[in-house]
Ligand binder design. Sequence first.
Ligand SMILES: Nc1ncnc2c1ncn2[C@@H]1O[C@H](COP(=O)(O)OP(=O)(O)O)[C@@H](O)[C@H]1O
Ligand SMILES: [Mg+2]
Length: 357
Amino acid sequence: MSDRETKIGEVNEALRQVKAPGTDRDIVSLGWVKHVTECDGAVKAEISVPVPGERVMASVEAAARSAIEALSWQINTNVKVTFSGVTGTVEDAQDPLAQVGNVLAVASGKGGVGKSTVAVNLAAALAREGASVGVLDADIYGPSIPTMLGATNEHPHPVEGPDGKKMFGAVEAHGMKLMSMGFLVEQDKPVVWRGPMLHGALQQFFGDVAWGPLDFLIIDLPPGTGDVALTMAQSITLTGAIVVSTPQEVAMVDARKAIAMFDQTGIHLLGLVENMAGEIFGEGHVKAWAEAQAHPFLATLPLVQGIRVSGDTGTPAALSDDESLAGPFRALADRVATACAMRNADAPRRKKISLQG
Ligand SMILES: Nc1ncnc2c1ncn2[C@@H]1O[C@H](COP(=O)(O)OP(=O)(O)O)[C@@H](O)[C@H]1O
Ligand SMILES: [Mg+2]
């Protein structure tokens, strides 16, 4: 082996000490280290991470740099970290969302616990870091995405898809692509549909919207474990689900049912989110329960007026310049994108689920 090859081998070995932030997995095994060169003691390393957060990238850069600089012969080190974009691929070519890297569902047992708030702000935080993001409002009877993203007067326009197929162009707001029943029916008019129509509408949201290639599609589910979740499970392949609960016992009882549903339908649980933590509903119960059950825990989000106001005014808290509002959602986005990256490393091709029973 040449001197250079030996040194490059040593750099790769050193980089095995660098873990993906928040995990115990090293960036070499995860395939994040793309290219290493060496010339007269000058090292260049190119690292590509599937997590868009600038904090995650800065942390990988700093850790990689110090690991390389610890090599005795090293004179100069240049580490470049970039966001690699879409990572997941689907096994089923018929999957209507095959061009989306990560498909995530946000669910809860109960209504009013902040599912839509979490979905919208997670999406906005990911988009803020440079990911391409879509939000699919699957709450057909109670769509709140148009209000929360300030897009109540928007309508999807017909577009031509591949092979001349007639499709809906997604509505765009805050740099994200959106689709919601709220864009298709008049505001204040109820949607009075039976199961089969609901099923049909959802199928169209998956298959007839020109989502295009996206890094993340966030699906905001209606509360509970009903028809929508089942239709979703049968129609598309998910990277995983996020379950939101408030810290109260009444909400957690129902959250457990949502978790059981994902378990039964073979959908990976990315983790739990504790929302509205504080004096009124308590704090820490969801986290403690998740830890006791060995479920991954993603974030604790505080009950604060600014989050409620941002939802009502159509400007997500995650996009605020006020870091006390945006920070918790940006941290959530880092955790979720990292959880997706770990899932994609273990199960690189999302599998169509099979319903038992
Ligand atoms: N962490 C929070 N702090 C303050 N208000 C919140 C928080 N999370 C949600 N809300 C508010 O609570 C209400 C219900 O939230 P929403 O996201 O619509 O719940 P769900 O989709 O689960 O029914 C909304 O008015 C929302 O703005
Ligand atoms: Mg909702």
